[in-house]
Design a protein around this ligand. Structure first.
Ligand code: PEP
Ligand code: MG
Length: 844
């Protein structure tokens, strides 16, 4: 390549030098800060991004001038300094300037072995990183004069020239190769995946080598002051006598830093240096406002700090570190909140597979509900319940789950299905229960043989597997686990988040257990209680089926009268747990046939229970069958055609309101009508609900307030929201059905082709997972605007599975929604994400 004119753009890093992060990169800036706070950093020169870019384009930098800063015969290291440490960069090269003369010098000062080690290391790293020769040719050999000769010989043969002896030439080549590596396609793609812009700048830092060799205490190490997995204050790291760079982290003979029963430590052999390092660490934390990992060298008892990087950390460590820094007054609570990534919180709420342990993955699927659990395979709800009653954790494996599996799911430690997507039944219920769940897994289920085939292995009932719902993986056998971390630090951070956010967060909760979880995570109420889930308890299911089989309204009323007290008790419990917080109860939604048995055995049992001929049962089940049940007799359509069901539910809600009020807890229930598509549907239901309320008030001799609202789940309801809002105090967008109907895409079957669709770029993401702001989002905006035009105080919310996603929260917040409602276990994430949105807006 033709060399262009030499340039002289570089700056020595001193306390007052003009070093800014955008020009010189984070590392140069960080080193300057270390120097400013008095840490013993060896002499350092920074090349700004403009210089590095010029070098990549073929300009030469005046390396003699750079080296003159370090004095004659000095060796230097070169490290990358991108603007953001997460953007990576080329590998650090140590000992640049090393040649035969330096080798002799080192032999005289530190002995043959030490000198050989440095020589060989430099030749190897120069050959592979700078000359780009095959690393296999320079495989690590024990340092010796022969090994050095061999390495130099291979270099000369491959490069057709001798290994460069001139330090300035070496440095020029190192700088050129690092500058060009940064421009390479792979490096670009890697950093862009981490959010780097197209033209991300790279600075380079040249630093005098501190050798870690000498007669007195000499070596190198790495120290940090928190545990990277838990974030607990604890000195971790290693020290290697006569070592260089980060060698200590790999070497088996490295020492511990602080006193340790497992072996000798730096604190034992050099207590003053250890104390100084601890002081330096504290100064870094205070002034750099971060937990740093410090790379240091000791040369004849003299400490040098070469570099400091942000401690790598797990999600739980990240939270603990942020809260500790804020509680120590080093950062503000706002900063602490912004330092924790909302999505990472789910790692803290559930047990997780320990990343440090082995992982025997046998199947992959959609990560439908986070957390991990180990258990024995069962193939039916009944087996899951039996297993739970024996106190044995089990994994419920189904082709897909249906409402009758709910009790089995309650009993299981995790759920695994062959079919389904993010909003399939299994996924929604598992998220609500906080159960790890993988759906749409690449396994073959043979229900007759009771076997699962995964990755060429067969697993039978009773075999032990682990479902990792965070990673979407199935592991053979039991995995090592990390326990959840809902400790004081967690509560503190979320308490701060609540002070900063400006959109409400409620939970979708169907059962008292869900409601208790919602309270535990400080949801501001229940945004969706799916009442149908209450009818799957054994005793209720029978009555429910009697109700469905009733031919006459009178018989139906009799069955409903038996359901009424049970339903009332459900609401009493919910209201009590929520202690005055709003509770939004959705009237019955699913097609009735979901409550009927689907196999012959179940139908025979039902015939027995109802004392009817089997043929009656099969005929009724057939009569209720629909070609398209999700678009059939469900939601408000049932309310219009069989109004007694909603009457019973309204009565139960209002009687529970009265009962709870008598005990002293005021509650204003919210009654929500599902699957509306026309104003008249709302008028019909509202007239009856109002009548029931009036009746209950008269009978109880007590007044109460309630709100009636509409769930917007059909495109037509969104389009007609203006007139629907005449009769609704609130609109809650059910984005699961709304997505299904906007795309004309079955939420239960989409999993089969969603991967292909996303891979081929037809959809940017699974719209059942990430809200489609372009299409479904437009309907949300239309509905919200038209609704608010009719009624300025209309409460707006979203309660589909999207409700807990940061992207959906951002959308709803921009659109002026009052709250989002999501699975109880998503509530913490939603609280934190909402705080991020508000804080990022104020800091712009
Ligand atoms: C929805 O459709 O978005 C919703 C919340 O209701 P469900 O998932 O019960 O159909
Ligand atoms: Mg729905």
């Amino acid at each position: 390549m033709q060399k262009l004119a030499p340039i002289e753009e570089f700056t020595e890093v001193t306390p007052s030098a003009a070093i800014d992060r955008s020009a010189h990169g984070w590392r140069a800036k960080c080193l300057q800060r270390l120097i400013r706070i008095g840490l013993p950093v060896p002499k350092t020169v920074s090349l700004p991004a403009a210089t590095v870019r010029a070098i990549a384009a073929g300009h030469l930098v005046d390396c003699k001038a750079i080296l003159s800063h370090f004095g004659p015969g000095a060796l230097v290291s070169v490290r990358p300094s991108p603007e953001n440490p997460d953007w990576g960069g080329p590998a650090t090269i140590l000992n640049v300037g090393h040649n035969k003369a330096r080798h002799e010098d080192l032999v005289n000062r530190h002995g043959q072995d030490a000198a050989d080690a440095i020589s060989l290391r430099f030749i190897q790293s120069y050959a592979t990183h700078v000359a780009r020769l095959d690393p296999d040719m320079f495989e690590a050999k024990d340092p010796s004069p022969d090994a050095i000769r061999e390495a130099l010989r291979v270099y000369a043969i491959e490069m057709d020239e001798d290994f460069p002896e001139d330090p300035a030439q070496q440095l020029a080549e190192v700088l050129r190769s690092m500058a060009r590596a940064w421009e390479g396609t792979t490096a670009r793609l890697l950093r862009q995946a981490k959010g780097a812009p197209d033209e991300a700048p790279l600075g380079l830092v040249v630093q005098a080598m501190a050798q870690g060799m000498g007669q007195g205490i000499s070596g190198s190490g790495v120290i940090q002051f928190v545990d990277p997995v838990t974030g607990l204050p604890q000195v971790t790291g290693r020290y290697l006598g006569k070592g260089q760079g980060r060698d200590a982290l790999k070497a088996s003979k490295a020492l511990y830093l602080t006193r340790d029963p497992r072996g000798p430590s730096l604190e034992d052999i050099a207590p003053e240096i250890f104390t100084r390092l601890v002081q330096d660490g504290a100064a870094c934390r205070q002034k750099l406002r971060e937990e740093m990992q410090i790379e240091f060298t000791i040369e004849d008892g003299q400490l040098a700090v070469l570099d400091a990087v942000r401690v790598q950390r797990s999600a739980r460590a990240s939270l603990r570190i942020a809260v500790d820094l804020a509680q120590d007054g080093i950062i503000t609570p706002q900063e602490a909140v912004l330092r924790v990534e909302p999505r990472a919180l789910s790692e803290l709420l559930h047990p997780q597979v320990d990343p440090r342990g082995p992982r025997n993955v046998v199947a992959n699927g959609i990560a439908a509900s986070p957390g991990a659990a180990t258990g024995r395979i069962v193939f039916s709800s009944a087996a899951a319940q039996a297993s739970a009653s024996r106190g044995e954790p089990c994994i419920l494996v189904r082709r897909e789950t249906a409402p009758e599996d709910i009790r089995g799911m309650h009993s299981a430690a995790a759920v695994l299905t062959e079919r389904g997507g993010m909003t399939s039944h299994a996924a929604v219920i598992a998220r609500g229960l906080g159960l790890p769940c993988v759906v749409g897994a690449n396994l073959r289920l043979d229900l007759r043989e009771k076997r699962i085939h995964m990755n060429g292995q067969a697993f039978g009932e009773g075999d032990l597997i682990t479902v990792d719902g965070t990673a979407g993986q199935v592991l053979a056998g039991a995995a090592e686990m990390l326990t959840p971390a809902l400790d004081d630090h967690f509560q503190t951070l979320l308490g701060w988040a609540d002070q900063f956010r400006d959109i409400g967060i409620r939970a979708n909760a169907d059962t008292p257990a869900d409601a208790a979880t919602a309270r535990k995570f400080a949801a501001q109420g229940i945004g969706l209680c799916r009442t149908e889930h209450m009818f799957f308890e054994e005793d209720r299911l029978v009555v429910m089926r009697e109700m469905i089989f009733a031919d006459a309204s009178k018989d139906r009323a009799a069955a409903l009268a038996r359901l009424l007290p049970m339903q009332r008790e459900d609401f009493v419990q919910l209201f009590e747990i929520m202690a005055g917080l709003p509770v939004c109860i959705r009237l019955f939604d699913p097609p009735l046939h979901e409550f009927l048995p689907h196999d012959r055995e179940g139908m025979r049992e039902l015939a027995e229970a109802l004392d009817k001929p089997l043929s009656d049962v099969t005929r009724r089940v057939e009569a209720l069958a629909e070609f398209n049940p999700m678009l059939g007799m469900r939601g408000v359509r049932l309310g219009v055609v069989l109004p007694e069901i909603y009457d019973m539910q309204a009565q139960a809600i209002f009687e529970a309101t009265v009962e709870v009020a008598r005990r002293g807890a005021a509650v204003v229930p919210e009654v929500m009508i599902p699957l509306v598509s026309a104003k008249r549907e709302v008028e019909l239901v509202k007239a009856r609900v109002d009548a029931v309320a009036a009746n209950v008030k008269i009978k109880a001799g007590r007044d109460f307030d309630y709100k009636l609202g509409v769930m917007v789940e059909t495109p037509r309801a969104a389009l007609r929201a203006g007139e629907i809002a005449q009769h609704a105090a609130f609109l809650s967008f059910g984005t699961n059905d709304l997505t299904q109907m906007t795309y004309g895409l079955s939420r239960d079957d989409a999993g089969r082709f969603m991967n292909t669709y996303v891979q081929q770029g037809v959809f940017p993401e699974d719209p059942f997972h990430i809200l489609d702001v372009e299409g479904v989002g437009e309907l949300l905006l239309i509905g919200a605007n038209r609704g608010r035009k009719t009624r300025a105080d209309l409460t707006l919310s979203i309660c589909g599975e999207h409700g807990g996603n940061p992207e959906s929260i951002a959308f709803c917040r921009r659109a002026g929604f009052d709250y989002v409602s999501c699975s109880p276990y998503r509530v913490p994430l939603a609280r934190l994400a909402a705080a991020h949105l508000a804080l990022n807006e104020t800091s712009v």
